[in-house]
Design a protein around this ligand. Structure first.
Ligand code: AMP
Length: 286
């Protein structure tokens, strides 16, 4: 695996590949890699010639400085995992390589960035679009792979790609879970043993909803799920919403793509999860 820390070196290397028609797959991450990240990588390897993975803990998407500070950065073991997963290229820049100084530019993608996660993490998606725009500009991927785990993030990035007419196709990959159902996340290592047990209420509630979903009882089901999560000791639900999966507006009995999304604090750790309840269009990339 080639490792690059500067955009110029990475670009030089990639420029040599494009004339020979190699397609580029891109998996952006913040590191602390788990099987979920590696599933994106496997997908990219299956669909493209060269896979680039980036590890960059992007400061502009953190609205809580403590969260940024304690975000895990196990770069040695991440590098080994990528080697074992046969990743072709790791891009691991320093903050100064990605941001010239205090950058205040912001892409206005409309209300999508202010709903759900956006309400609880103001400015989060401005940071996400900033960094993903920069990374796309450096890597120039044909396909970019993102997890359904961050469902709203996928919609936000797709909106950016559509608005700017960027020449990249986004692929949404399914959520990988621990055997007991907990969605894999780099933040799970912060959970105490007790919190780890309590955190299961998220996936269990989403599962219950999937099995009991009735499009004529959306408001009641949403309230019931919110209450179930809040009833779990040590767990505080920030939102539980059953939405139209295309714009995250509240779903109704006629909505075709329906996604339930949840965010909750479990002890000091903030977790998100979701489930696709109805999907008419193809949501997962081919
Ligand atoms: P992160 O490092 O948390 O920014 O995540 C990098 C990418 O991995 C994003 O596209 C996430 O949606 C995806 N991802 C995170 N957790 C999972 C998971 N449990 N299953 C599948 N993909 C995931």
């Amino acid at each position: 695996m080639k490792i690059f820390n500067t955009r110029n070196q990475l670009r030089e290397y990639l420029d040599e590949l494009s004339p020979i028609g190699q397609t580029i797959g891109f998996v952006p991450t913040m590191g602390a890699l788990h099987e979920g990240h590696l599933s994106l990588l496997a997908r990219s390897r299956g669909q493209t010639d060269v896979t680039v993975c980036s590890i960059f803990v992007n400061p502009t998407q953190f609205n809580d400085p403590k969260d940024l500070e304690k975000y895990p950065r196990p770069i040695a073991s991440d590098t080994e995992k990528l080697e074992q997963a046969c990743c072709d290229i790791l891009f691991h820049p320093e903050v100064g390589e990605m941001y010239a100084g205090n950058e205040h530019w912001h892409l206005d993608i409309g209300e999508l960035e202010h709903l759900l996660e956006g309400k609880f993490r103001p400015g989060h998606y401005q940071g996400v679009t900033q960094v993903v725009y920069k990374l796309f500009d450096i890597v120039k991927p044909d396909l970019a792979f993102f997890g359904q785990k961050d469902y709203q993030q996928f919609l936000v990035i797709q909106r950016m790609v559509d608005m700017l007419d960027l020449p990249v196709k986004l692929v949404m990959c399914p959520i990988l879970r621990e055997p007991d159902g907990l969605a894999m996340s780099s933040r799970n290592i912060h959970l105490s043993a007790k919190d780890r047990q309590h955190a299961l209420v998220l996936s269990k509630t989403l599962d219950w909803l999937k099995n009991n979903f009735d499009r004529n009882r959306i408001a009641a089901l949403q309230e019931e799920c919110f209450d179930r999560i809040n009833a779990e000791p040590g767990v505080h639900a920030e939102y539980f919403e059953i939405t139209d999966g295309t714009d995250l507006h509240p779903a109704n009995s006629k909505t075709q793509n329906i996604v339930a999304l949840v965010a909750a604090r479990v002890g000091n750790t903030r977790l998100i999860d979701n489930v696709i309840l109805r999907s008419r269009a193809i949501v997962h990339g081919s």
